[in-house]
Design a protein around this ligand. Structure first.
Ligand SMILES: [Zn+2]
Ligand SMILES: [Zn+2]
Length: 366
């Protein structure tokens, strides 16, 4: 089967013919239908997120089940699925309390994050080199072995490009706002970064009937695009100080701010943009050594809150299921997020588009 492999950080992905094994206990062989091209994959390529190589990236996937291993009961051949990049076991304390994004089993051994749960590999190149799969998935390949617990069965009428995006950016962004308790209608929101995640926070804010939804980015065309998803005001941070402008628009600061990008400078601005008692949520993944410098008196005097938000701030599979139902009911816009469809062979062009700052999402369709 064909796959795009990252052999060396900083180099383009190489299309290789790989051998793939049979699914073992609690594993599933899937045939890929579509895979979103996410900024996190790009961070791995550029070395900002240190992952082992060679690796098949791709963690935003729609696939069809081909074959199941022993003891798989949640899916059967022919099922259409979305993958979760946290394979929630449903039995640990986190999973049982609705926090499958923190599953203890999934995170029990970081050394096997990109191998199967038994610590072994399922794919090899023609030289016999074993190849890692990003978060046990590796969607930039025609086929993959994935943990059964990563799969959510969905109705066949959801288009594969749409289903793929629900696997990461839609769930992270939309879940990242709608799963915060007690956001009141009429709240004010600022969203830093208008990529796939940021646009979904924006449309979540619109769903929650937020009064002001302020989009911040450094590309005018991305800000223009943000209006489509519900932004009421936009700020180009290249031309204006976003903190000052947000205070100006809202008369003092927003109730909620989101850093969808994941950088210390933006996170600092997100906190500074808050009204008293406001909450700043960090949704984007920064590089592992990043630290943020925040004024402590500002936090105390103004009773500001800071939260981290990972993979939709709740159980990914539950959030995904809700989003699928909302999509089929016409309540969430995912179609417009799909900017361009690529073949697997064109994957390096899709990543070049991220570097150029194109809006929406590129999706590999198989
Ligand atoms: Zn992603
Ligand atoms: Zn668990």
């Amino acid at each position: 089967m064909k796959a795009a492999v990252l052999y060396e950080v900083g180099k383009p992905l190489e299309i290789k013919d790989l051998s793939i094994e049979k699914p073992r206990e609690e594993e599933v062989l899937v045939r890929m239908k579509a895979a979103g091209v996410c900024a996190s994959d790009n961070h791995v390529i550029h070395g900002q997120i240190p992952y082992p190589t060679p690796i098949v990236l791709g963690h935003e996937n729609a696939a069809i089940v081909e074959e199941v291993g022993p003891n798989v009961t949640n899916v059967k051949p022919g099922d259409t699925c979305i993958t979760s990049f946290v394979s929630s076991c449903s039995e640990c304390d986190y999973c049982r309390t609705g926090l499958g994004n923190h599953c203890s089993r999934h995170y029990s051994d970081p050394s096997i994050q990109h191998r199967q749960f038994d610590g072994t590999f399922r794919i090899k190149d023609s030289e016999g080199t074993e190849i890692y799969q990003m978060n046990k998935l590796g969607g930039f390949a025609e086929q993959q072995i994935v943990p059964a617990s990563s799969l959510l069965v969905i109705p066949k009428e959801v288009p594969p490009e749409v289903a793929a995006l629900i696997g990461c950016c839609v769930t992270t962004g939309l879940g990242g706002i709608v799963n915060i308790d007690n956001i009141k209608a009429g709240s004010t929101v600022a969203v830093f970064g208008c990529g796939g995640v940021g646009l979904n926070i924006i449309q979540g804010a619109k769903m929650l009937n937020c009064l002001k939804v302020i989009a911040v980015d450094i590309f005018d065309h991305k800000l223009e695009f943000a209006y489509k998803f519900g932004a009421t005001d936009v700020i180009n941070a290249k031309n204006e100080d976003p903190v000052e402008k947000i205070r100006d628009i809202t008369g003092g600061g927003v109730d909620y701010s989101f850093d969808s990008f994941g950088s210390p400078a933006i996170m600092k601005q997100a906190v500074e943009s808050l009204a008293k008692r406001g909450t700043a949520a960090l949704v984007g993944l920064a590089s592992p050594s990043s630290e943020v410098d925040i004024n402590m008196v500002d936090l105390v005097r103004n009773e500001k809150n800071i939260i981290g938000s990972f993979y939709g701030y709740g159980s990914p599979l539950v959030t995904m299921k809700k989003i699928v139902d909302m999509y089929l009911a016409g309540k969430v816009n995912i179609d417009d997020l799909v900017r361009k469809v690529f073949k697997l062979e064109e994957i390096n062009e899709a990543f070049a588009d991220i570097d150029k700052g194109e809006d929406g999402r590129g999706v590999i369709v198989f």
